[in-house]
Design a protein around this ligand. Structure first.
Ligand SMILES: O=C(O)CCC(=O)C(=O)O
Ligand SMILES: [Fe+2]
Length: 246
């Protein structure tokens, strides 16, 4: 298939090719998606994105570029607020290299309306937390997204995320959970099949791959020691991605 996802995870991923919950009994999730990384310009001559033909989609590249810019600006503001809440400078995450523009990815998602019988019980997107820092999600308002507030509790309790027009859904990712020693928990979420076609767009912001993610000083003390070992952002993301595409 043309524009099939390449080794830089850019391009088209068909249904069943991704399994966000590696323990799912199904072959893969129902969604299909298209990944667009940071849009190359003078600073990024080797843009690994895959672009549909200009003749058919004349404004596609520019629209994606504008979306990246707007999402990055919003993500930076949210990260500043998170930093302030941790008694850090507003620019803390940007200053340490946690806001890496060349690792940003937009994932355009489409969930099918009709299901095969063999997909009974399968998910549009099976349960997972996002891997990086934060995710900004917009949807077309079709239900399906659910979160589990207490991911370590069993049985898990799932709640619908209600659509509010004109708003973004912000997910905390695993790396922010590791940095903050669980002060900010990464949100376990999934998309259930509701028998209606659904579209959404997720924007993922990840740190520089060589950045070591370790518990922030303001997030641990003797009585509450670090819960996670230090790891580079790149190693963590590689580990999670390899489980997703097994
Ligand atoms: O489509 C959605 O609402 C959620 C998508 C999602 O969780 C993801 O792409 O990581
Ligand atoms: Fe997600």
């Amino acid at each position: 298939m043309l524009l099939q996802r390449n080794s830089s995870h850019r391009g088209y991923t068909p249904p069943y090719a991704e399994k966000l919950d590696a323990s799912s009994e199904f072959q893969g999730d129902l969604k299909e998606s298209f990944y667009i990384g940071a849009v190359g310009d003078v600073d990024m001559p080797n843009d690994p994105n895959q672009w549909p033909p200009k003749e058919r989609f004349p404004s596609w590249k520019n629209t994606m570029k504008l979306y990246h810019e707007a999402a990055l600006a919003a993500a930076k503001k949210i990260l500043s607020l998170i930093a302030l809440s941790l008694d850090l400078e507003a620019e803390f995450f940007q200053n340490i290299g946690a806001v890496n523009c060349s690792s940003e990815v937009i994932r355009l998602l489409h969930y099918p309306g009709e299901l095969n019988e063999s997909d009974n019980g399968n998910y549009g997107a099976s349960a997972h937390s996002d891997y990086g820092m934060i995710t900004l999600l917009v949807t077309d308002g079709t239900p399906g997204l659910q979160i589990c507030r207490e991911k370590d509790r069993h049985p898990q309790l799932w709640e619908d995320v209600h659509h509010v027009d004109g708003t973004l859904i912000v997910n905390i990712g695993d790396l922010l959970e590791r940095w903050t020693n669980c002060a900010f928990r990464s949100t376990l979420h999934r998309v259930v099949a509701v028998g209606r076609e659904r579209y959404s767009a997720a924007y993922f912001l990840d740190p520089r791959p060589d950045l070591v993610v370790q518990c922030l000083e303001s997030c641990c003390c003797e009585a509450y020691p670090p819960r996670f070992l230090p790891i580079t952002a790149g190693d963590y993301l590689k580990e999670r991605l390899s489980a997703t595409y097994k």
